[in-house]
Design a protein around this ligand. Structure first.
Ligand SMILES: CC(C)(COP(=O)(O)OP(=O)(O)OC[C@H]1O[C@@H](n2cnc3c(N)ncnc32)[C@H](O)[C@@H]1OP(=O)(O)O)[C@@H](O)C(=O)NCCC(=O)NCCS
Length: 216
């Protein structure tokens, strides 16, 4: 017998959370400024990637940024009510030969001026929702050098589980540091939505289009 398919939700606008809007990367001056700032932020670069720091690229916007955008499942510029381009949130694209694992990595950057206001947590929650609900992921992970206190607080505060620690695997500025892997599964995220009102607030209307029961 032919199986019947039904849609459970009507189309809805999902590039918005409580205080933030998410746009495609644009080519305007503000966006270039944000990318330049990100590439000059030594603390941020060393705290989010184990790559050896290099002198700043000339015209970073059209060279490395273009490569990054092409490797993303999601690359969203974050705006709040007053300002455009306060940060960037992205999910790494999965190569076809790894697609069956349905696992992606999240990366978040909030511009210096806008830190400590809860925007990092909000945008990461939204990207997590997007990865599970819209992109069909099963698992999201992030690896963070142990000296990146803001990111550690952010991911642990949201509920990402520490899954492993590569001891003394990152050489930075004359010292060894651990690389810490954090992850969340779709069913765990569903539990957060059901039990923690922070997430309902952040996701607002999106929460009505919640994760379907039994679909892991
Ligand atoms: C990590 C980062 C995204 C945090 O963004 P943010 O908007 O400042 O974070 P939030 O305001 O949402 O704070 C989230 C939690 O982290 C804590 N936190 C944030 N910055 C902190 C700091 N410098 N020291 C201690 N705790 C900090 C907050 O207190 C909050 O915890 P709480 O919920 O218990 O109050 C931001 O610092 C950043 O862009 N860093 C550079 C890029 C990076 O390292 N990305 C992470 C790797 S993917």
């Amino acid at each position: 017998m032919k199986k019947k398919f039904m849609t459970c939700v009507a189309p809805f606008y999902h590039f918005k959370s409580a205080r933030l809007d998410y746009y495609n990367a644009t080519d305007d001056g503000d966006y270039k400024y944000l990318i330049e700032e990100m590439h000059q932020d030594v603390a941020s670069l060393s705290g989010s990637s184990p790559k050896l720091l290099q002198p700043r690229l000339v015209d970073v916007h059209t060279t490395s940024e273009k490569c990054v955008v092409d490797k993303c499942l999601l690359r969203a510029v974050i705006d709040n009510d007053e300002c455009k381009n306060i940060g960037i949130v992205s999910l790494k694209a999965i190569p076809p030969e790894l697609a069956h694992h349905r696992c992606t990595e999240v990366h978040i950057y909030i511009g210096n001026k806008y830190r400590g206001l809860g925007y990092g947590a909000e945008a990461t929650t939204w990207a997590t929702w997007y990865a599970f609900q819209m992109a069909g992921m099963h698992r999201i992970q992030v690896s963070i050098p142990s000296f990146n206190t803001p990111a550690t607080k952010l991911f642990e505060g949201l509920g990402f589980a520490e899954e492993g620690r590569q001891r003394s695997s990152i050489w930075f500025n004359g010292q060894w540091h651990d690389n810490v892997l954090y992850g969340v599964l779709k069913n765990e995220f569903r539990d957060w939505l059901e039990t923690d009102s922070r997430f309902s607030y952040i996701l607002g209307d999106l929460n009505n289009n919640c994760l379907l029961d039994g679909d892991f």
